[in-house]
Design a protein around this ligand. Structure first.
Ligand SMILES: *[C@@H]1O[C@H](CO)[C@@H](O)[C@H](O)[C@H]1NC(C)=O
Ligand SMILES: *[C@@H]1O[C@H](CO)[C@@H](O)[C@H](O)[C@H]1NC(C)=O
Ligand SMILES: *[C@@H]1O[C@H](CO)[C@@H](O)[C@H](O)[C@H]1NC(C)=O
Ligand SMILES: *[C@@H]1O[C@H](CO)[C@@H](O)[C@H](O)[C@H]1NC(C)=O
Ligand SMILES: *[C@@H]1O[C@H](CO)[C@@H](O)[C@H](O)[C@H]1NC(C)=O
Ligand SMILES: *[C@@H]1O[C@H](CO)[C@@H](O)[C@H](O)[C@H]1NC(C)=O
Ligand SMILES: *[C@@H]1O[C@H](CO)[C@@H](O)[C@H](O)[C@H]1NC(C)=O
Ligand SMILES: *[C@@H]1O[C@H](CO)[C@@H](O)[C@H](O)[C@H]1NC(C)=O
Length: 325
């Protein structure tokens, strides 16, 4: 009988994994979560850390429909929520959900090279991304793993209207792009944008931040949730919403879709941005399934049944090794 050699298997698995997490790996075209950026897990849970903040999950995406000179930029969202307190201390009705937003930029880009504005829309669109089906007794969509792009949840005509208008305002704004956008987005949206910020035709709550004023984040952790890993992260802003301890509140708030408008204003002498352009990119925390995760959710048993892509890949590889031996 052929002997199974564990050290051979370990080496092969290590090769397979190191290939999967190569540092110079490029970001795939989709909105992705912690798994794709290979942050170490804490037990079965996702843990992505940026600077002083630890997140239960992240969403990382290229800028949507960006011109080629912006193809190396990305947007990152991370959400931190405190663990439910046990026993008698669990008397507060609500806990804070803190969302942080970052711009991923090539390592040689400098914040002062950038000019323009970022607008974060805090109220999610009424439509949701399609997710994988949950199996078992909880039939429905796995909202945590759901991913997509803005055009899946916002009418393409609406996106074009907003981005065209933003570019037009930026060209007229004389440097005061954020002030102009702030004024513009207090108005109502056209019919095409029904449901943009939830119900109705309002932009909902939003925050603006000047692109020239982003803060550089020191790269001090074993997890740097961006691709390629040599890219830097610039802090845009954070926002906090209080929600109760229910599983529904967790799914609604931590996994909500956040549309982000970026307006890059061209600078004659910038090596990165030579003309003004606007993009609408949707971010959302994407959590691929982890066994035993999410104990405060009644969906955990159903979630446990689905293996993640990477685990599936290892299973196939192991089966292959056994076939060879
Ligand atoms: C992290 O926390 C330390 C101490 O509180 C502070 O000095 C530092 O500026 C923080 N870093 C970031 C990136 O926020
Ligand atoms: C949220 O941040 C706090 C304080 O930095 C940290 O103790 C906690 O583990 C974080 N929560 C998650 C889910 O990462
Ligand atoms: C879930 O879906 C399966 C197959 O689509 C169906 O047989 C089953 O009755 C559904 N269960 C519930 C609780 O709806
Ligand atoms: C950057 O932030 C500082 C302090 O918040 C503010 O005074 C300054 O006007 C901002 N600069 C730009 C270009 O928005
Ligand atoms: C950040 O740290 C990671 C892991 O230590 C490393 O792979 C990456 O090259 C670093 N990135 C930068 C911009 O220094
Ligand atoms: C908790 O929040 C959820 C979702 O926001 C809501 O549907 C539910 O009614 C709230 N429960 C309580 C007890 O307030
Ligand atoms: C680049 O532009 C900035 C202002 O936008 C100006 O202060 C600086 O002198 C310019 N540098 C060169 C080399 O033209
Ligand atoms: C900006 O640069 C790109 C590539 O370098 C070039 O194709 C494009 O024509 C430039 N645009 C302007 C307005 O100079």
């Amino acid at each position: 009988m052929i002997q199974f050699n564990p050290s051979t298997l370990t080496v092969l698995l290590a090769l397979f994994l190191s290939h999967a997490v190569a540092d110079d790996a490029k970001l795939s075209s989709n909105l992705v979560g912690c798994n794709e950026v290979s942050c170490p897990k804490e037990g079965a849970d996702d843990r992505c850390t940026v600077g002083n903040n630890t997140f239960m999950g992240i969403g990382l995406s290229h800028l949507a429909d960006a011109p080629s000179y912006l193809s190396d930029f990305a947007l990152l969202k991370g959400v931190n929520v405190s663990a439910p307190l046990g026993g008698k201390n669990n008397d507060k009705p609500r806990r804070p959900f803190r969302s942080f937003y970052y711009l991923g930029a090539p390592s040689d880009a400098e914040a002062k090279d950038l000019s323009g504005c970022v607008v974060v829309f805090h109220d999610p669109p009424s439509k949701k991304f399609k997710g994988p089906k949950l199996q078992g007794k909880h039939n429905g969509t796995d909202t945590r793993a759901a991913s997509g792009t803005c055009s899946d949840v916002i009418d393409k005509k609406c996106i074009k209207m907003i981005t065209d208008r933003a570019t037009e305002l930026a060209d007229q704004a004389n440097g005061e792009v954020c002030e102009e956008l702030n004024r513009e987005f207090k108005k109502n949206l056209p019919d095409e944008c029904d449901g943009f910020g939830g119900n109705g035709r309002s932009f909902g709550e939003f925050s603006v931040k000047s692109l020239g004023n982003l803060t550089s984040i020191p790269n001090s952790t074993d997890c740097w949730p961006v691709m390629p890993k040599s890219d830097q992260l610039l802090g845009i802003m954070s926002s906090t919403y209080l929600r109760n301890y229910s599983a529904d509140a967790l799914i609604d708030e931590a996994y909500k879709i956040t549309p982000i408008l970026t307006v890059f204003v061209g600078k004659d002498n910038s090596s990165f941005v030579n003309e003004t352009s606007s993009q609408m990119t949707c971010l959302k925390v994407v959590t691929e399934d982890n066994p035993d995760d999410d104990k405060d959710s009644d969906k955990s048993s159903a979630l446990r049944m689905k293996a993640s892509g990477l685990v599936g890949g290892i299973a196939v590889l192991v089966a292959g090794i056994f076939a060879i031996l």
